[in-house]
Design a protein around this ligand. Structure first.
Ligand SMILES: [Zn+2]
Length: 153
């Protein structure tokens, strides 16, 4: 495992940060983020890795598939996009997320079942740099946090 920094911005190596949740899910199907904020960070990291994965390379395709599976598993069923919608293609490459700042959280703790996380994500897409300011809602389902929906600010 490389010691690259986790894209979520906490400053830890990926393998010791959101990579743990991604790996665990890939190996066992378990979702382990303990808080709504941790889930949000792990989803941002999955989007960021999706943006970095090279679909023309075997490792890139496997990485992309793993990140798409994680994103779908952590998305409330009523709003969950299809794998095809999330999978980047040459015609529709993934946005490249470069930075995350969590502005505030409400609830979403280890003993709660609802949570809200407000964040700003910065990235680069087809149209140049972009900034996404969103308030996301999360809920716990069968013990695991999932993303419900978000309001763009
Ligand atoms: Zn992380």
């Amino acid at each position: 495992m490389s010691a690259e920094a986790c894209p979520c911005g906490l400053g830890l190596p990926y393998a010791e940060c959101c990579g743990r949740a991604h790996q665990r899910f890939a190996a066992t199907g378990e979702l382990t983020a303990p808080t709504a904020e941790a889930l949000m960070r792990s989803r941002f990291a999955a989007f960021a890795r999706l943006g970095e994965a090279d679909p023309n390379h075997d490792d890139g395709a496997a990485e992309s598939a793993a990140m798409v599976a994680y994103l779908r598993a952590t998305w409330a069923a009523e709003h969950r996009p299809s794998a095809a919608d999330l999978t980047p293609t040459p015609a529709e490459p993934a946005a490249r997320f470069t930075r995350l700042a969590v502005l505030s959280t409400q609830d979403g703790g280890p003993f709660q079942d609802r949570g809200v996380v407000e964040f700003v994500a910065v990235g680069e897409g087809e149209g140049g740099r972009f900034r996404l300011h969103e308030t996301s809602r999360f809920r716990r389902e069968g013990g695991a946090w999932v993303y419900v929906d978000g309001e763009v600010r």
